[in-house]
Design a protein around this ligand. Structure first.
Ligand code: ADP
Length: 176
């Protein structure tokens, strides 16, 4: 089975990684995809930088000794507004996926994701959404929380707790 894990990934966090690691044993291919909304100019990292983070994650996962089965991890993006915009389900179908991966942190994620999964099924019933629950130690991690930590003295050590080590060097260079 093939899946797409879509998100803003602004930036990718240990919360996202936790969901990806739970999904890996169930799929032969996972496409990490940045959903780009050109009408939302308030992202901190540009598309190319977010894709570069995802490539760091993909290559780390594909070379990990901890992952025993064959897994292909691809990276992509699609616009959700403006010219060429696609629904996530249709992007998923275009890359040969049958499932969309989403993560749940809490009740409000559930409310939103439950509605979204039903809408997505209506849009394209061939594509199903599967959910993975955050482990308690990453359930409070979000991209906005990571962005909010950048700046004050000692931020490097604070942020390192919440993003995957394989993207730290790139992250640091982009932020300073
Ligand atoms: P979006 O804008 O699509 O919500 P995000 O990058 O914020 O993009 O999140 C992508 C997916 O990852 C969502 O399903 C979100 O609920 C999930 N996610 C984000 N952080 C965590 C976390 N700490 N634990 C579990 N799931 C998470």
């Amino acid at each position: 089975m093939k899946a797409v894990y879509p998100g803003s990934f602004d930036p990718f966090t240990n919360g996202h990684l936790e969901i990806l690691n739970q999904a890996i044993p169930l799929f032969s291919k996972i496409t990490l995809a940045v959903a780009v909304n050109p009408e939302k100019p308030n992202s901190m990292f540009g598309l190319e930088d977010r894709l570069a983070f995802l490539r760091d994650i993909a290559s780390e996962a594909m070379h990990s000794e901890k992952i025993e089965q064959y897994i292909q991890i691809a990276v992509g993006s699609y616009p959700v507004k403006g010219p060429g915009a696609l629904y996530t389900v249709d992007y998923a179908e275009s890359v040969g996926a049958t499932h969309i991966i989403r993560g749940l942190r809490n009740g409000s994620d559930f409310e939103y994701e439950f509605a979204m999964a039903q809408i997505n099924k209506g849009l394209n019933p061939k594509i199903r959404t599967v959910f993975f629950m955050a482990d308690t130690d990453v359930s409070s991690v979000s991209s906005s929380m990571v962005r909010g930590l950048i700046g004050p003295q000692g931020w490097e050590n604070a942020v390192k707790e919440y993003i995957p080590m394989c993207m730290w060097e790139r992250f640091f260079k982009l932020v300073v």
